[in-house]
Design a protein around this ligand. Structure first.
Ligand code: SF4
Ligand code: SF4
Length: 88
């Protein structure tokens, strides 16, 4: 049986993430990683959230100083193809 998903999932706007890592340290299931930035690889990074492991606790959205993480109802998240693929 497929894993039961939480009511909402953390969706990150990677284009606006500064890579400050505040969210990384609070995630209780360690599902946020940093990745090198696309344009300025040596100085910029951004975060990536593994939606499959997100438990919807909202902590990352609360601590992000730039408000670039939104808690989105899971039934809306799965309508977006790239997120549906990430959850498959
Ligand atoms: S909502 Fe919670 S579990 Fe999901 S990515 Fe944010 S801190 Fe991690
Ligand atoms: S707290 Fe916000 S700005 Fe900082 S790394 Fe996480 S998503 Fe990016």
């Amino acid at each position: 049986m497929a894993k039961k998903l939480p009511k909402s999932l953390a969706v990150l706007d990677e284009d606006l993430c500064t890579g400050c890592e505040a969210c990384v340290s609070v995630c209780p299931v360690d599902c946020i990683d940093t990745e090198p930035g696309h344009q300025f690889e040596s100085v910029m990074q951004f975060c990536h959230i593994d939606l499959k492991r997100c438990i919807g606790c909202t902590l990352c959205a609360q601590v992000c100083p730039w408000d670039v993480i939104s808690m989105v109802p899971t039934d809306q998240v799965v309508q977006v193809e790239k997120f549906a693929q990430a959850l498959a």
